[in-house]
Design a protein around this ligand. Structure first.
Ligand code: G3P
Length: 218
């Protein structure tokens, strides 16, 4: 499973990218709004310089023509930019346009296997299940991931599924167990995935035993 970092915080991206586990990044208007840098194009270019892989940048207009024009502009910022379009009638048409014009897309704000199927048929490079938000609505986000993967497999659709709105280390682990292609994960959750209490305890014991032993490394 590819691990993408779900943030527009360049300091967090720098910190986590150093671990060597990050294959891409996703932003959205809400994540960008939290940053002090208000120059969106500069922000996207900076993230592309930090992450060696796909970087999702979202259109912010509702109409087909506007989405296509923003998609053209965003895709020219860097070869790794993937354009996020929402799963609306206009967004699906824009995904089809992008496919025909060689622009990679991430069809977003997708919460059901049916939306995943339509995004794939429209030519999306990637689409999502927003696990946390589906759970928040009282449904089962992980079941939607499993069913979406099955649909993509049934019809040999090329679109890759992203587990998004990941809120816990369990979400990340379950997505990997299901064989999800990508999980886009907030930096603080990637950092939690590194940790295990037995690792900490084990380290303390190794250190204490080593110090008592009189062993030398060199
Ligand atoms: O990748 C989509 C993600 O950013 C949404 O997460 O926590 O706002 O539902 P959340």
């Amino acid at each position: 499973m590819q691990i993408w970092i779900d943030t527009a915080d360049v300091n967090a991206i720098k910190r986590v990218a150093e671990l060597g586990v990050v294959n891409g990044a996703t932003t959205n208007p809400s994540l960008c709004a939290k940053q002090s840098n208000k120059d969106f194009k500069a922000m996207v270019k900076e993230i592309c310089g930090l992450v060696n892989g796909p970087v999702s940048a979202e259109v912010v207009v509702p109409d087909f023509e506007g989405m296509c024009s923003q998609a053209e502009m965003l895709s020219k910022l860097h070869e790794n930019v993937i354009v996020k379009v929402p799963c609306t009638n206009e967004g699906l048409k824009a995904a089809k346009y992008c496919k025909e014009h060689g622009i990679k897309t991430n069809v977003t704000l997708t919460f059901s296997p049916n939306q995943v199927l339509l995004a794939a048929k429209a030519g999306a490079t990637y689409t999502n299940i927003f696990i946390g938000r589906v759970d928040d609505a009282g449904h089962d986000g992980m079941a939607a991931v499993e069913e979406s993967l099955q649909i993509l497999k049934n019809y040999k659709l090329e679109t890759k599924l992203i587990a998004a709105s990941v809120r816990s280390v369990q979400h990340a682990q379950q997505a990997a167990l299901l064989g999800c292609h990508v999980a886009t994960i907030p930096p603080e959750i990637i950092e939690k995935m590194v940790k295990h209490p037995l690792t900490e305890l084990g380290l303390k014991k190794f250190k204490a035993d080593w110090e008592k032993s009189g062993c030398k490394m060199e």
